[in-house]
Design a protein around this ligand. Structure first.
Ligand SMILES: NC(=O)c1ccc[n+]([C@@H]2O[C@H](COP(=O)([O-])OP(=O)(O)OC[C@H]3O[C@@H](n4cnc5c(N)ncnc54)[C@H](OP(=O)(O)O)[C@@H]3O)[C@@H](O)[C@H]2O)c1
Length: 282
């Protein structure tokens, strides 16, 4: 077999294929198209020459693709001082173009993307895949008090299905692509475990929690995240919406210090935190 030099596009295509492939009973998977082999745990092998961007992409994303299901990942773009937006909610853009592409790649690799009501209210996001090739995930909105209105873009655009989880009567006028599910609320809103249980029931095994800080903090505090991608931009906002807020601790011995891998995304730095040990995809 002759091997082509491996380009970033080909590496990306392979990661997308691997995310959809059936890994049942195997600890590695080889793409018939590109010849790349991915191993459980995220190691990869290619017998030919590999471009530097392709190598970086595989190093960064193979561990997410090879993770066992179900798999829940969160991603945040934050300033060095731990802010994800200004006080008024402006967050476009904390991270640079490579950070944006990274986020769209994560969306393309999962079955569902989850956001809190605060993010929909502030950003009016579409939550679709536009900066890279790939399919759109199910879009999931947590709005316990039904404070959002039907005017938001993802409730109108029909580009991908939406699951709207609330404890109240939903707003009138939601598009026909929006499924409303009424859920039992806990003291803080929609319980993260309930969100994941509902998604797993619908065969959405791979989930991205995209924000904001409150939503990701709750999933993290509940011990439900397998990995956290924190993209840190060399920017000081100095005030505004915090990244993570967890229950108080007294000493630094109690702080989380998960294993971490670091990747450069232009000027930004991606900290890939492994919150749960992963042996490989099954
Ligand atoms: N830089 C980034 O990566 C990034 C990413 C996303 C968003 N943002 C920015 O972050 C800001 C919004 O973030 P945020 O932290 O203020 O709010 P958020 O996490 O988007 O939304 C929080 C709200 O969602 C509802 N909710 C229901 N169940 C929940 C649950 N289990 N966990 C969390 N929330 C639940 C609650 O609504 P109720 O208050 O109605 O009860 C809660 O107040 C915006 O300014 C946005 O621009 C930045």
């Amino acid at each position: 077999m002759s091997f082509f030099p491996l380009s970033e596009d080909r590496a990306w295509q392979t990661l997308r294929e691997a995310a959809m492939a059936d890994w049942a009973g195997t600890s590695c998977w080889t793409s018939a198209e590109s010849g790349i082999t991915l191993h459980a745990g995220g190691a990869w092998h290619y017998a030919g020459q590999t471009d530097e961007p392709a190598r970086r992409l595989l190093d960064c994303l193979a561990p997410c693709v090879c993770a066992p299901s179900p798999f829940t990942l969160a991603q945040l773009g934050q300033s060095i001082d731990g802010r994800i937006a200004t006080v008024s909610g402006a967050s476009h853009y904390v991270t640079g173009q490579q950070g944006l592409i990274h986020l769209h790649r994560l969306r393309a690799l999962v079955d569902a993307v989850v956001v809190g009501a605060g993010t929909v209210a502030a950003d009016d996001p579409r939550l679709t895949v536009r900066h890279v090739a790939g399919r759109n995930p199910l879009r999931v909105v947590l709005d316990p008090r039904a404070r959002l209105s039907a005017r938001h873009r993802l409730f109108r655009d029909g580009d991908a299905p939406v699951l709207y989880l609330t404890g109240q009567r939903p707003p009138a006028g939601l598009g026909s692509h929006v499924e409303v599910a009424t859920v039992q609320l806990d003291s803080e809103g929609v319980a993260p475990a309930e969100v994941l249980a509902r998604l797993h029931e619908r065969h959405c095994q791979r989930v991205l929690v995209e924000g904001g800080g409150i939503t990701i903090s709750r999933f993290l505090a509940a011990g439900l995240l397998d990995r956290l991608h924190a993209v840190v931009a060399p920017m000081l906002i100095g005030s505004g919406r915090p990244s993570l807020t967890l229950p108080e601790i007294d000493t630094l011995d109690e702080a989380h210090r998960p294993p971490c891998r670091v990747h450069q995304l232009d000027e930004d730095v991606l900290f890939d935190l492994v919150l749960k040990a992963q042996d490989g995809r099954q």
